[in-house]
Design a protein around this ligand. Structure first.
Ligand SMILES: NC(=O)c1ccc[n+]([C@@H]2O[C@H](COP(=O)([O-])OP(=O)(O)OC[C@H]3O[C@@H](n4cnc5c(N)ncnc54)[C@H](OP(=O)(O)O)[C@@H]3O)[C@@H](O)[C@H]2O)c1
Length: 257
């Protein structure tokens, strides 16, 4: 199976690595501006020609130009997968003049094979959907959804999500230092705590009440953690999370106009 990738940056490279490692029979060809220079249109066409699957991994602002250059170069049954944030399936279909377009929202964890990718593929048959799933499983896990809007919403959780987690880590490190720990110790404590908590919480989070029960196991009545959680509640942490995610969603809508 020939898989062309347009754009060899963070995400394009992560997909190439995952596909080469995990998808049997995949022949991956990448085209990127950095290497192709002025011959970028020819290079993109070479990656797209006779491809069974074409992954579009350029920035949203570069997508329209890229699609115009690819018009007419793609086989009729090629599965086009766009990972560009905020760009709807219809727009890609129209600019490319191509029927089979799937929109995907992966995340940066694709770099280590741990992405969670949501995908929307209107008009795809079961065989085509299976190809999409297998491509995405090469970089992590996947969930099929029923609309562009669902992708927009999901992207505010899982697309942006790694940044939220790392922001929390940054602040926990700072809080440790403010208590008098050395920065090195605070970093190590935070890093290992997140690793363990993520491992122990994975899967458990998918069960009703699972993640809350884990938290409660650490939060003894009248204990120290309880005091910290009380502050999170008093400062309205749940409302802060909700407002932050809504702001991300609003921005997604502005960008996809
Ligand atoms: N990074 C994330 O966490 C993340 C998560 C989910 C989805 N995404 C989506 O993934 C896409 C790629 O993001 P990224 O972080 O991988 O960006 P990136 O690192 O900037 O990679 C994009 C690459 O495409 C190249 N390029 C630009 N125009 C091109 C063209 N016409 N033909 C071929 N290559 C071209 C760029 O070259 P130049 O730099 O020389 O322009 C760059 O090397 C974006 O649409 C983004 O919305 C990213």
């Amino acid at each position: 199976m020939k898989i062309g990738i347009i754009g060899g940056g963070n995400m394009g490279s992560a997909f190439a690595k995952g596909l080469r490692k995990n998808l049997k029979g995949a022949c991956v060809v990448i085209s990127d501006k950095k290497h192709a220079g002025k011959k970028i249109v020819e290079s993109n066409i070479a990656a797209a020609r006779n491809a069974d699957v074409l992954i579009l991994a350029v920035k949203p602002q570069d997508l329209a130009e890229c699609l115009r250059g690819l018009r007419g170069a793609i086989s009729k049954n090629c599965i086009v997968i766009s990972i560009a944030a905020g760009v709807k399936v219809n727009k890609i279909s129209r600019l490319l003049r191509h029927k089979f377009v799937c929109r995907v929202m992966p995340n940066l964890l694709a770099t280590i094979g741990k992405s969670i990718s949501t995908w929307y593929a209107p008009g795809f048959n079961a065989g085509q959907k299976l190809i999409v799933k297998n491509i995405l499983r090469a970089v992590g896990e996947e969930i099929g959804v029923k609309s562009d809007d669902y992708i927009d919403k999901a992207s505010c959780i899982s697309g942006c999500g790694p940044a939220y987690v790392w922001y929390f880590m940054e602040n926990l490190i700072k809080a440790g230092v403010s208590l008098g720990l050395t920065e090195a110790v605070s970093r190590k404590l935070t890093s290992q705590t997140f690793l363990g908590a993520a491992k122990m919480g994975t899967g458990v989070a998918e069960r009703d009440g699972g993640i809350k029960n884990l938290r409660l196991a650490v939060t003894s009545k009248k204990g120290t953690t309880e005091q910290a959680i009380k502050i999170f509640e008093k400062k309205k942490m749940p409302a802060i999370f909700s407002a932050a995610v809504k702001a991300a969603y609003k921005r997604t809508k502005e960008l996809s106009k």
